[in-house]
Design a protein around this ligand. Sequence first.
Ligand code: PHE
Length: 339
Amino acid sequence: MKQELEKIESAALGETASCDSIKALDELRVKYLGKKGELTAILKQMGKLSAEERPVIGQLANKIRQDIENAVSKKMADLKAKEQELRIASESIDITLPGKPQSFGKLHPLTIVANEIKEIFMGMGFSIADGPEVEYDYYNFEALNLPPDHPARDTQDTFYITDNILLRTQTSSVQVHVMENQKPPIRIISPGRVYRSDAVDATHSPLFHQIEGLVVDKGITMADLKGVLETLMKKLYGNDCKIRLRPHHFPFTEPSAEVDVMCFNCHGEGCRICKGEGYIELLGAGMVHPKVLEGCGIDSSVYSGFAFGMGLERIVMRRYNISDMRLLYENDLRFLEQF
Ligand code: PHE
């Protein structure tokens, strides 16, 4: 039995010395010292020994257990220290290395200017209305005094989904939704995407953005319209900015006007950018047609209103001197990072 004990000791000490992982060392400890371990198994047989042998072997066994325990815990301390050293080495930071640059996203110029316009209108007491981009013919055309077969429909090349459903060609459709759901006084703007079946070039895109405005109340006149638009343009382009209204025709407004803004480049003198005009056309506007009011259940003998619609792209291009509309949609970072 003495020999067996000594064999266990030398095996245990040898394996402990060559052990190189905390997990394996733990397994070793269980293997030799655990309840079902080899040393315990031997000690269980002590009963078979004679009375003289028992204390001798008992003492030896205890000494061996102690030796193995010491060896294991010393080794454990070594391994833990080594592990910590490795971790510290791997986590150390070289503060002389260059930093990793953080690139921040930016707002798209269309969004920047749309936000700015929204701010300006909110400052004048307008709220923001939303409407569907996939629209019934009724809201895009018919309720706006453009019955089927009206020739003016031809001027807006439309993406039809069915005979009755289309991608809206103008944000004017939102006028109808708002007037159906809200009684005067109404003061809203509605920014959003619109669609026309146009080929892409420097000034056209099948998808673009408009911002519609609508005011309906008692005693609203064309002078209110002019005042609101003048305020907008002065805030957008500076205090010396002038606008002019030219008579025009829209089926849903009467009278109607196209609104031009003084050329930012030549300040009205006439140059290449405004094609010698001194002014640049920026939006359509007018007094809401009584038929449109009545169609939405608003008494046109009590209430009047004005509406306007402007192309956001044109305003943005004017603002940043962008000559080609396609740049706004190509998502080229070299372009977008400039704003
Ligand atoms: N919806 C018109 C267009 O797209 C613009 C407009 C809006 C004109 C509101 C008058 C009133 O051309």
